[in-house]
Ligand binder design. Structure first.
Ligand code: G1P
Length: 295
């Protein structure tokens, strides 16, 4: 019997140089979409998918992430003394009591594969686990990780989320070789290449930051040599799983915002503002008046 997916790794040790100076002293994952840090979207998605152990791989300057998911008794008391109990309750429920947060420090930024391998001490060989990259912010009716766990529960095979990207963007992603004709399709992956030149790309289907991986990948990662960009790549270890127990790729339902890029971050902020129950309407009016001023 396959074990259920209960643990999720959130690699958050990256330096965030693209967002300097904002990220000089604070983690890029704490940058907010309106009033919520991007990392909280990934944490909520994981919890809604039934994850009970959140494993953060942090680095220097990332302490505020641990603080964000911890309780804050002084703030709690202050809010309650001002009759803001609902807000205090909301803050307390970001991570429910039955969900554990585990933190590993990644001393050196050696790549995504190396970051994931930092969690090896808490992952058993026969235990599947999820990986969520907070930069890829997902909006979907059914959380993307939940969609993936539902498939995994049937197949018991590792699974990566993919979406088509423009040909000139394939060099920024792990690109899979798989037949995925439409949204909702999933199927066996024949191969995967990290950041290929457009001429070498087997398709335009890019891995986005959601994975369910076989526990045995930890052993593969331990011996993984540096690949694209001189980094230890998760994709290279996944490619070895393809040759072993097999891996599926899944074209998820929903929308991904690339919050690792400034334009993607702006797009996500604008879309979230337009959908906001309180600020949606005024934002629309503001945008219209700003556009009118441009003309
Ligand atoms: C990482 C992975 C890549 C994946 C991407 C998704 O790349 O290495 O395979 O396609 O995340 O966002 P990075 O964005 O860290 O360069």
């Amino acid at each position: 019997m396959k074990r259920p997916v209960r643990k999720a790794i959130l690699p958050v040790a990256g330096l965030g140089t693209r967002f300097l100076p904002a990220t000089k002293a604070q983690p890029k994952e704490m940058l907010t979409i309106i009033d919520k840090p991007t990392i909280q979207f990934a944490v909520e998605e994981a919890i809604e998918a039934g994850i009970t152990h959140l494993i953060f791989i942090i680095g220097r300057t990332k302490r505020s992430i641990a603080d964000h998911f911890d309780s804050n008794p002084e703030l709690d008391m202050l809010l309650r003394s001002k009759d803001k109990d609902a807000l205090a309750d909301q803050l307390n429920s970001i991570v429910p009591k039955d969900v554990a947060c585990i933190y590993f420090r990644q001393a050196e930024a050696l790549g995504l594969g190396h970051a994931v391998a930092c969690a090896a001490p808490v992952i058993d060989e026969d235990e599947p686990f999820a990986v969520l990259l907070a930069d890829d912010l997902m909006r979907a009716d059914v959380p993307v990780l939940k969609q993936m766990i539902d498939i995994y529960d049937n197949t018991g095979r590792s699974l990566v989320a993919v979406e088509p990207v423009d040909q000139d963007k394939v060099e920024s992603y792990g690109i899979v070789d798989a037949d995925l004709p439409e949204v909702g399709s999933w199927g066996r992956l024949r191969g995967v290449i990290e950041k290929p030149k457009p001429a070498d790309a087997p398709s335009n289907q890019a891995i986005v930051g959601r994975y369910i991986l076989d526990g045995s990948i930890m052993r593969l990662l331990k011996d993984q040599k540096p690949g694209a960009g001189g980094e230890i790549q998760l994709t290279d270890a996944i490619s070895k799983l393809v040759a072993g127990p097999g891996v599926d790729a899944y074209r998820f339902h929903g929308r991904r915002y690339d919050c690792g890029s400034k334009l993607g971050f702006i797009e996500c902020t604008m879309a979230s503002a337009l959908e906001h129950p309180e600020y949606g309407q005024p934002t629309r009016a503001l945008m219209q008046s700003l556009l009118a001023r441009e003309m």
